[in-house]
Design a protein around this ligand. Structure first.
Ligand code: ZN
Length: 142
């Protein structure tokens, strides 16, 4: 567990604003909001905990990275009543860093849920063994 000063030193100001201050990055501005599902891991940008599988990502028109499921036990869920709404906030179970929210409007053919995550809160580690596959998938969608 880090102190506030240590988090400030460890994270960029954008990351600090989202992860520790529960800010939200502007839609359609994050690095990975529109990257396709691909083999690999999405880890917490603050503490490196494994949060989502790269293949569970989907491109949502909401403007943030979206996943239809999370790694079991990696996420904590909290009721968030700010802004006059009742939403479910999701945080990293290890460091409690704010990730985003989860909604029940995800793909109906899978889980029906949508984890709506700030891209500054997560970092992608491609599965290098399937790298060629991932590159192919990217060039196909661009
Ligand atoms: Zn974390």
């Amino acid at each position: 567990v880090k102190t506030d000063a240590e988090w400030r030193a460890a994270l960029t100001s954008k990351q600090y604003n989202v992860l520790r201050d529960k800010g939200t990055e502007r839609a359609f501005t994050g690095d990975t909001w529109d990257t396709p599902p691909q083999p690999g891991e999405y880890r917490c940008a603050a503490c490196d905990a494994l949060l989502f599988k790269g293949t569970d990502k989907f491109v949502s028109d909401c403007g943030w990275p979206a996943f239809d499921k999370a790694i079991k036990g990696s996420i904590h869920y909290h009721t968030d009543r700010t802004f006059g709404m009742s939403r479910t906030e999701v945080t990293c179970a290890r460091c409690e860093g704010h990730l985003g929210h989860v909604f029940e409007d995800g793909p109906k053919d899978t889980t029906g849920v949508r984890y709506c995550i700030n891209s500054v809160s997560i970092k992608f580690k491609p599965d290098t063994a399937s790298k060629d596959l991932a590159t192919e998938a990217i060039s196909e969608t661009k």
